[in-house]
Design a protein around this ligand. Sequence first.
Ligand SMILES: C[S@@+](CC[C@H](N)C(=O)[O-])C[C@H]1O[C@@H](n2cnc3c(N)ncnc32)[C@H](O)[C@@H]1O
Length: 266
Amino acid sequence: MKKKEQDIRCFWDEQAKKFKGSDLATAPDTYYRQLEIERIAGYLKDGAEILDVGCGNGFSTIKFAEQFPHSTFIGLDYSKDLIHFAEKNLASQKPSVKKRMGFIEGDILALDEVAKLRGKKFDYIVSERCLINLLNWRQQSQALLSLKKYLKKSGRIVLCENTQEGLFRLNVLRKILELPEIKVRWHNYYMPQDKLLRFAQEHFILEETKNIGSLYYIISRVVYAALCAAKNQEPKYLHPINEIASKLPSLGDYSPNYVFLLKNKP
Ligand SMILES: C[S@@+](CC[C@H](N)C(=O)[O-])C[C@H]1O[C@@H](n2cnc3c(N)ncnc32)[C@H](O)[C@@H]1O
């Protein structure tokens, strides 16, 4: 494992130690995360077997399980510490949720080594900002191909990830208002959307490509950010303007975050 890969894994272990079972461990923007969960859930069906890769402390996985009472869920993450808090979060759930869920430690780049996945196939595999923690497109495409092996014949990957192109478009808007460019954080590599779309068409049936939270990003990261900059204030994730923005539909293409629905193809 390369030094940077180790550093990224340590980063997630540290997030677990700092934020424990809180949603903040894996997403600082609470309102946006609610929107993301809602959009992902829109692609899932009840009565399905679902794998959530890069599940963190299980915050979203448990929300999905509450919404789909006849589905089973496995959450997988390579951070032992996040899995520890996922299990703790699960322990406080109702028996009707607990009996349908489990969390396991495992690396998305070495799924064959995860004993509990052996022989398993899923109706849906969810990745909510997991692949952006890999080093490059080579690893990201390799991860997608290994996820494909765990899909049922007509199973689907609900791939919810940030793209380079999405961030570029958001920064174009910010530039108009003289706001500084938002940079990709050191532990992330945003997916190259062009390559991803070509790859998806070759190896899967690409059923949908949808920007999530475009209007939310325009309001929170451009309009509200400009108001804060004018007053020399730091924007707050929990500001009421963000709450209002999270209730609006996703119009446009200005959020870095997308959902790609990839159906298995033989
Ligand atoms: C941005 S967080 C998202 C967590 C969760 N999906 C959510 O939305 O709260 C990314 C997660 O992916 C996990 N992760 C990153 N690289 C991974 C890998 N190679 N294998 C398994 N999990 C990984 C991290 O530990 C972290 O929990």
